[in-house]
Design a protein. Structure first.
Length: 518
């Protein structure tokens, strides 16, 4: 039986519209049994099979606007445990921006826009107008960051907006209006052209149509070059530990005709991760872009996600690998071939480093070539294949740094493999320098110490009175004599080692060789 559990809801869908079905397929349950064993249920299907229940149930229609509580319960015998998290439900119809006014902070009207819900839907919640002509008198207010905005729905009720100026762009975001497909906050993005003769904004009673955005770049610029491309993902369940997922994509007539997995680093058990991966790769046939795939997977809805719930991270990873392959196909036309198909780690850099500079010398990458041949290369050979690292070999490690993510990049192919390095304090060990041997007749001798030994033997010369262990001119320990072993010993266990991490050895011994006395 389960003794306790907690929820990891980071991948679960949190934002909904009225009427949407609750989706907790990607909810992760981390449990501990009564015996103290850890149990990890990586999706709701596995958790439900183990006896967990949900209120409301998965796929229940959500109709209450605002925060809704989802309670996960485990009830077996006398054990009754529960944990909760919240999801937010928005009334989308009342949040559609029907009118947006751009104003100065002094209240002067700069520009007014009228929109329909269809316009927002067509552009998936992202409207953009560039080089909008406005009277030059507003240029000073613009330069002083004094532009603001108001928005209203179709009934004239004011909506919440957030504005920011980034370079030449003025962005108006609508945090309570989230587009159905992408589930991202809707946004109006503008840039202005200040002109002496630009028309003043018309009276509100006159019909105002928004300017037509600048035409998009001709699609021909994004055409895919036929060929075979290997796409490397930029994320994955075990991306940092095991490396990227890699897919092989064949392009014919500018479209994907096949896509298959070449390297799979996500979990192989349960086996549905690999099965859902293959179903996604089958569904992308005929596409010349993965934009719609990304929207579907990110929103956890639509044709590229339906029936594949529970493997979101695997789907995201393979979507990024597909995107990488298509980006290579866009770059390929009219240029020389890429230096290799894909690369993967054979040896990663030392994951725990104590030096003051970054050491990547242990790294070995395996390059896969179109001929089917492979080659393992060291950092000295990276440059000839267009591979670089960030940070670079020998970069200083700042004191207090907890983790360094080293990126292994092939920029032409847009490949980015990552390996983590954890800096640790540099170890400086202290070693005593010599042992002074003092005899009963007043004579003395010196044993010079090295860093490789802590046991020493000296010939018998007479009765020894005592010995001192020295660090330069300083005595750090006085000897103890073991008559049975005929051995003198020094303990440094409780002796300070100022400025050093530790003593090289905590025990030193000197044995007297009496064999020649016989």
């Amino acid at each position: 039986p389960i003794a306790s559990f907690k929820l990891d809801s980071r991948l679960a869908k949190k934002e909904y519209h009225v009427g949407d079905a609750l989706k907790i397929d990607d909810l992760i349950v981390e449990a501990v049994t009564e015996q103290g064993n850890n149990k990890l249920y990586q999706n709701w299907e596995l958790a439900k099979a183990a006896g967990f229940s949900s209120t409301p149930e998965n796929n229940t229609s959500l109709n209450t606007v605002g925060d809704n509580t989802v309670t996960i319960r485990y009830h077996k015998g006398d054990t009754d445990l529960s944990q909760s998290f919240t999801v937010n439900v928005k009334d989308l119809a009342n949040q559609v921006p029907a009118k947006v006014e751009i104003l100065t902070k002094a209240g002067e009207l700069v520009k007014r826009y009228s929109f329909t819900e269809a316009q927002w839907e067509e552009k998936q919640g992202m409207l953009s107008y560039v080089q909008v002509p406005v009277p030059k008198k507003f240029e000073t207010a613009w330069n002083n960051k004094e532009f603001t905005a108001k928005a209203f729905n179709k009934d004239g009720n004011e909506l919440k907006v957030e504005v920011n100026k980034r370079g030449i762009l003025f962005r108006v975001q609508f945090p309570n209006y989230t587009h159905d497909v992408a589930y991202q906050n809707a946004m109006l993005s503008l840039s202005f052209k200040f002109e002496e003769n630009a028309p003043e904004e018309k009276d509100e009673n006159e019909k105002v149509n928004p300017e037509t955005p600048n035409p998009e770049k001709p699609k021909e610029e994004n055409q895919l070059t036929d060929g075979i491309y290997y796409g490397t993902s930029k994320e994955g369940i075990h991306f940092q530990e095991k490396g990227a997922n890699i897919v092989k994509v064949r392009i014919e007539n500018g479209k994907i005709v096949s896509a298959e997995s070449v390297v799979f680093t996500d979990d192989t058990q349960p086996d549905f991760f690999a099965k859902f991966r293959d179903r996604l790769l089958e569904r992308v046939k005929g596409l010349d872009s993965v934009d719609e795939v990304k929207k579907s997977v990110n929103s956890k809805s639509g044709k590229y996600y339906d029936g594949l719930a529970g493997a979101t991270r695997t789907l995201r990873s393979h979507t990024s690998a597909l995107e990488n392959a298509l980006n290579q196909a866009k770059k390929q036309e009219g240029r020389k071939a890429f230096p290799f198909n894909y690369m993967e780690f054979v040896n990663r850099p030392n994951p725990s480093q104590s030096g003051k500079t970054l050491d990547l010398s242990d790294t070995r990458l395996k390059l896969h070539f179109p001929s089917g041949e492979t080659k393992v290369i060291s950092p000295e050979e990276f440059a000839q294949y267009g591979i670089s690292t960030s940070p670079a070999q020998g970069s200083p490690i700042k004191e207090g740094t907890k983790e360094i993510l080293v990126h292994f990049l092939q920029k032409d192919m847009d490949i980015d493999l990552v390996s983590a390095i954890v800096p640790r304090a540099e170890i400086h060990k202290k070693y005593p320098t010599e042992i002074h041997v003092h005899y009963a007749n007043g004579d003395s001798s010196t044993i010079t110490l090295d860093k490789e030994n802590f046991r020493y033997t000296i010939p018998a010369k007479g009765k020894i009175d005592h010995m001192h262990l020295m660090d330069g001119d300083k005595e750090v320990a006085r000897s103890q004599y073991d008559a049975a072993a005929n051995q003198w010993s020094f303990s440094l266990k409780n002796v300070p080692h100022e400025g050093f991490s530790s003593w090289g050895y905590e025990l030193y011994t000197v044995k007297v060789d009496t064999s020649k006395d016989n």
